[in-house]
Design a protein around this ligand. Structure first.
Ligand SMILES: C[S@@+](CC[C@H](N)C(=O)[O-])C[C@H]1O[C@@H](n2cnc3c(N)ncnc32)[C@H](O)[C@@H]1O
Length: 225
């Protein structure tokens, strides 16, 4: 397990505390629409932290080619129709570039600054000169509006139970997913990033914001600086 990360509930748990079965159940939201609107049709997407393919499969259905990367073999086993690579994102060096590099699921908020830098370096290393990096950030009040919960129309409840500041710029966030037949929790470290701090982190990796894709500032299109 990664330090500060843990998960509970049935089945395999990834080093960052995600439950594999949970991610096979979670429905996709608006992510494929946001991505489609920001990139060329039929682009080749390098999806970092693909999990079980929740976004991969709709992206393939939309005509994109996807290379899916995850450090969890248990997650990748569920990915169909994409090239699959088991690797930590930090260590990934494929020696090739892609039209689009996707870093979603708030991974840019890694608790360890060195890990965050390595994730963004991987994005920069793999994006084509005219390509783009799509990043999903936490929304405003992510750490302060707690506890909070949402009932999904398909019948499960997601709760952010707590976000406890650890005094080093990170918080320990605890999430719970309650289905009629199973409950999973994930505890993970998150380092909040103001827009300014986020843009500085991009610059350190040789990237810059092209534009914010959503009004809430959560989805960002970045390009080589
Ligand atoms: C929260 S899940 C999200 C999965 C997928 N992006 C989705 O939205 O359904 C995060 C995934 O990223 C993977 N992951 C997290 N940090 C990683 C890292 N540094 N290197 C490789 N995989 C990582 C985990 O194994 C997990 O499958």
């Amino acid at each position: 397990m990664r330090q500060g990360y843990e998960g509970t509930g049935p089945g395999a748990i990834t080093p960052d505390g995600c439950a594999v079965e949970l991610y096979t159940r979670l429905p996709v939201g608006t992510e494929p629409d946001i991505i489609t609107a920001a990139v060329p049709a039929a682009a080749h997407i390098l999806e970092l932290g693909s999990g079980a393919g929740r976004m991969t499969h709709p992206l393939l259905d939309l005509g994109f080619a996807v290379t899916a990367v995850d450090e969890s073999a248990d997650m990748l086993e569920h990915v169909r129709g994409a090239r699959r690579i088991r690797s930590s994102i930090e260590d990934l060096d494929l020696g090739e570039t892609f039209d689009v590099v996707l870093l979603a699921s708030f991974l840019v908020h890694a608790g360890d600054v060195r890990v965050r830098r390595a994730l963004l370096d991987t994005c920069a290393r793999h994006v084509a000169d005219e390509g783009c990096v799509l990043i999903q950030r936490e929304g405003e009040n992510y750490h302060t509006d707690v506890p909070r919960e949402r009932t999904d129309p398909s019948g499960f409840v997601v709760r952010i139970l707590s976000a406890e500041p650890l005094g080093d710029g990170t918080s320990s966030v605890r999430a719970e997913y309650v289905f009629p037949d199973a409950t999973w929790t994930q505890t993970f470290l998150s380092r909040p990033l103001t827009e300014e701090a986020f843009e500085e982190a991009l610059a350190e990796a040789g990237l810059k914001v092209d534009r914010y894709l959503t009004d809430d500032g959560m989805w960002v299109r970045a390009v080589k600086a």
